[in-house]
Ligand binder design. Sequence first.
Ligand SMILES: Nc1ncnc2c1ncn2[C@@H]1O[C@H](COP(=O)(O)OP(=O)(O)OP(=O)(O)O)[C@@H](O)[C@H]1O
Ligand SMILES: [Mg+2]
Length: 516
Amino acid sequence: MLAKITSAAVVGLDSVPITVEVDIAAKGLPSFTIVGLGDKAIEESKERVRSALRNSGADLPPKRITVNLAPADLPKEGPAYDLPIALGILFASEQLNKQDISDSIFLGELSLDGSVSRIWGVLPCAIMARDKKFKNIFVPKDNLDEARIINKIKVFPVSSLKQLFGHFSPAESDSAGQATQKIIPAKAKKQQFKSIGSEEYDFENIRGQESAKRALEIAAAGGHNVLMKGPPGAGKTLMARSLATILPKLSFEESLEVTKIYSVANLLSVDNPIITSRPVRSPHHTTSHIGLIGGGNVPHPGEISLAHRGVLFLDEFPEFPRHVLEALRQPMEDGHVTISRAAGSVKYPARFSLVAAANPCPCGFFGDETRNCTCNPGAITRYQKRISGPILDRVDLHITVPAIPPGKLTGRYQSESSSVIQKRVQKARDIQLRRFKGLKITSNTEMNNKQLKAFCNLDEQSVLLLKQAISKLNLSARAFHRVIKIARTIADLDASVKIKSNHVAEALQYRPAIDN
Ligand SMILES: Nc1ncnc2c1ncn2[C@@H]1O[C@H](COP(=O)(O)OP(=O)(O)OP(=O)(O)O)[C@@H](O)[C@H]1O
Ligand SMILES: [Mg+2]
């Protein structure tokens, strides 16, 4: 007999339905074959299904069993098909009575004892199930919280094959004579979105560095890129880490986008099923090209995608290999990255704000007021050239972080706390959310040229100021547009509808002159 069960495959960040066909032939030698471009985990599924069925009180009939995962030309990976294959066998062997389950999707990995384990990629599957008008989705119990962010679909948490068997059995009793229980679909759960608090990293612990703190506030409000340069021990790493505590809250749509990426990267857990605050990623400078950008035989998201809607902090920026840094150029501009491999091409979002920290020279004291730099001019130039012009051009806020005089580190000191700054940042971001409603963007940094024209009207004085700055600072067209976006964010922090000349003037302070 033939049974058909619907499951789902994840392709990039999207999901497609997969039909699991199980045929049990009355004639032929006993065998168990799975076809349909499965990977090693799917091949091994046979052994898990065999043991799980036996340990759940069911049988794997000694007949010729063929399983086909359709469409057959799509490569499939992972153990998520264990559950639909086992269920298909139960129906095809008539251990379960025939019933209409064409409006349900089944996902789950089986343990040998028949319990159902957590899998990755459940959120994209749940979104696909809702969009394709399926009514039910059966997921491992440990994936429940991830799946039930999606409404308009019933989510059934499955803890074991036996439980699923009971669910589809006639109501009276199971093979052991116990009353069978139906699985009850879970209710949708409302999410709380929060900002990240931290005792260790709070802006009130940072002494001095007022202009750098202001620049970080602007970066957090508008999602801009920042480069901090200064001598060792000036507080660059400290400030970059503290930035997480002033970021605006994620919106529901943003949280879905980010959680989808983490789901596919298998970085969610039972305790952390949904990403509810902006991600901050800080990969070490020895991270590989693939680790940062994404890739692998079957392309997986890299650090830039894991930092989507959050912050990518690259400490010791010049120490990153040049080809790794250059690979950031396209995603920094487009907000996504397309990775092509033999197995297919996928597009991952990568709209992050880059926060980079660097010393000005190998010894770290070039330009310092108190200590002498011991590097020779060639070494300084070589060090500074490690960061290419095009990358520097993409940085919106260039900040110099001078060393703090030891005298300033002692004594009484009062500084704004992160929660106060976060409130200002949130207000500015809320203004942006209202401005960009219906436009698929959420922050000033994402504006394209058309939106820039629509939302960033400059008065005459500001235009004059910008014109002078272009020639004096040798600004590129990109830098010109980026300065206007920064001015827009500064105006938003000021709760000003119009961009005024003082906003433009402040934005220009963060742009260094480009040497000819
Ligand atoms: N402005 C500051 N206020 C309070 N503490 C500071 C400040 N600057 C530095 N510190 C102290 O110095 C330590 C080192 O600072 P941090 O690691 O941020 O320096 P850095 O600029 O990243 O140096 P490097 O260039 O060597 O990486 C911090 O952990 C903190 O304890
Ligand atoms: Mg540091």
